[in-house]
Design a binder for this molecule. Sequence first.
Ligand code: CDP
Length: 246
Amino acid sequence: MEKGKTNIMSNTPPSEKGLIRIGIDGPAGAGKTTLARRLSNRLGVRYVDTGAMYRALTLVALEAGIDPSNEDEVYSIAEKIEIDLEPPKGDRDEQAVFVDGRDVTAGIRSPSVNKWVSVVAKHPRVRGLMVEAQQSMSGESVIMEGRDICTRVMPYAELKIFLTADFDERARRRRRELLERGYSPSVQEVEAEMAARDTIDSGRETDPLRPAEDSVILDSTGMTPDEVTRAVLRLCEDWSDCSIGS
Ligand code: CDP
């Protein structure tokens, strides 16, 4: 369901500084990264996939043989490493992710990271570090996507979107993406992993996945990426800072 745009105009007037900050939250496989990337190309504003940061930390913790459910140990790693996100450039159309200078862009999508990332992301002190790093990127125009962007990281975003789709469609999209990346999970495996993550992300105490009060809820079931992008561009059509054309 796409709500009207009046809530955007009344609750989040364009920033006085003329910034375009768009937050996109939603469950796994809803198409947040695809939408963020397309909006980024269209608006000429950087996008940040915050899930990649939790994934990078999870990868390093697993490599170090640390129990992902041990908050102290995960935190001690999170404190030490430097995670850098590099916007797409040249032939690379996705954000690249580096840990202490090492390119982990491919490794963070592995089945073991998928399995453990929500456990790592549950830890309040770990989230504190991540939120701080993410907020430091919101002093300029940005399209940021994740789970708690509109509720915690950028409650001051000019436009807030909660992107969802029905479970079967999200699982189909995610399986297609994994196949394209060279993995071969069964339908059941993808469904089980996504359902487990959805449950942990929505049920955790600190910054659970949920729409902000003034988020526009967009159900993308049955919509193509183009249609979703157009629907969001329409939402900021009247927004003078956002010169998006037709
Ligand atoms: O791409 P997908 O939606 O499957 O996941 P992601 O955006 O890469 O995020 C991976 C996991 O990181 C999520 O399932 C959450 O547990 C966690 N996450 C979070 O807690 N907060 C965020 N802002 C972003 C991701």
